[in-house]
Design a protein around this ligand. Structure first.
Ligand SMILES: *Cc1c(COP(=O)(O)O)cnc(C)c1O
Length: 393
């Protein structure tokens, strides 16, 4: 055995590239080739690769205190919880290490509350196309085709409604419902935006029926959509929210937030060895401090306009089917199922490659660093055109 990755359990097909370094919007492989990165760890590296803000927070905190145990308070945990509560208006915070773990915590919280306050209500209504993570329960919660059978038997108690169809939510609700769980912009399903009217009706309906509205902002939160949280675009307030990806700027960090009145775990109901560790919390504090400083989000919205206008022009010039998105989470729709070919062609460009993601066979997704420069953005659009010419002629 001598191929790259022969010692790894196979989970996906990866190109024969080994990345060695990253700086800002650029990655360099072991052969020295550079790549402009619009994937950024799947919308994770909000400040790009190895930003000083993150590396210094890691260094500083690693010299002070790495792991006192979740049985004790530590200062970064308390400070990050206070900051997230202040930013969101949700008074209670639990820190975790991945989006799936935070979402699983949200489901546990909803079931705990349903048992205590709603006569044993435990069902979670999710949406077709929704993505909430890869634990067994989150695969059940997700609406990804095939996931209900892949690892059967699956955890029960998850019901699906149709995205942007309020009547289907009404049909899915029952006295057993504890919560509705939604991504306002479905990332994995192809950057599908919830309609404003639908979200406002959903908020009203869940309030009226007394079920929790859980908003999964794992991908959309902390500036990705041009605002601190995507729900601000819709003028609604969730009861429960989850964050991960961009929150840690590349470090494994997630958060579950809820209103005071849903703070219903009893001691021992929820936890985790790495939950609230000061090393990751310190990084989260640094990332949130930067993303939420004066002027930063206005810059994200400017870059988003540049990307959106650029993708519209690309779409016109190459006969594509348009672009959509919110902030710096955008998609370009191709007329045929060759997005994977475009990804490969973009990566193979010389002297510098472009890294793109294709969550659907006919769709490219763009998730640049929130602080990408305007020149790097222009270069990315230029490289994208080259890749499209290679594939589409
Ligand atoms: C990525 C993602 C998750 C899962 O997060 P992990 O950190 O991979 O567990 C959950 N929800 C949404 C919306 C995501 O984009």
């Amino acid at each position: 055995m001598s191929g790259l990755g022969d010692d790894l359990i196979t989970i996906t097909q990866r190109p024969d590239i080994v990345f060695a370094e990253g700086q800002g919007s650029w990655l360099t492989d072991e052969a020295g080739k550079r790549y402009l990165d619009l994937v950024q760890g799947w919308a994770v590296n909000s400040l790009g690769h190895c930003p000083a803000i993150v590396t210094e927070a890691l260094l500083r905190q690693s010299r002070r205190l790495v792991n006192p145990s979740p049985a004790y308070f530590n200062r970064p945990l308390l400070d990050l919880a206070a900051r997230l509560a202040e930013l969101s208006g949700l008074e209670r915070v639990f820190l975790a290490s991945s989006g799936a773990e935070a979402n699983e915590g949200a489901v546990k919280l909803a079931r705990r509350w349903g048992r205590q306050a709603k006569g044993g209500a435990h069902e979670i209504v999710g949406f077709d196309g929704g993505f909430h993570g890869r634990t067994l329960a989150m695969m059940s919660a997700s609406g990804k085709p095939g996931w209900d059978e892949l690892y059967a038997p699956m955890p029960a108690g998850f019901v699906k409604a149709r995205f942007n169809d309020i009547a289907s939510v009404e049909r899915a609700l029952s006295p057993r419902t504890a919560a509705v769980m939604i991504e306002l912009v479905q990332g994995e399903a192809g950057v599908n935006l919830a309609d404003r009217g639908f979200v406002r009706e959903l908020r009203a309906l869940t309030a009226e029926r007394g079920v929790l509205l859980v908003v999964d902002e794992v991908q959309t939160g902390i500036g990705r959509c041009g605002h601190t949280f995507a729900h601000q675009l819709y003028d609604v307030e969730p009861d429960v929210m989850t964050l991960a990806k961009g929150l840690g700027g590349g470090a494994p960090l997630a958060a579950l937030l809820c209103r005071e009145r849903f703070n219903c775990f009893l001691p021992g109901d929820q936890g985790g060895t790495f939950c609230g560790n000061p090393l990751m919390a310190a990084v989260g504090l640094a990332v949130v401090g930067e993303v939420c400083r004066d002027g930063f989000l206005a810059g994200v919205r400017q870059r988003a306009e540049q990307l959106s206008a650029g993708l519209q022009a690309v779409s016109r010039d190459h006969g594509l089917l348009g672009e959509r998105g919110a902030g710096l989470l955008r998609a370009l729709v191709l007329p045929s199922d060759n997005a994977a070919d475009v990804v490969a062609a973009a990566q193979a460009l010389e002297p510098a490659g472009l890294l793109l993601n294709a969550p659907r066979p006919n769709l490219l997704r763009f998730m640049p660093a929130l602080n990408i420069g305007d020149r790097d953005m222009d270069m990315a659009l230029c490289l994208l055109r080259q890749a499209l010419r290679t594939v589409l002629g």
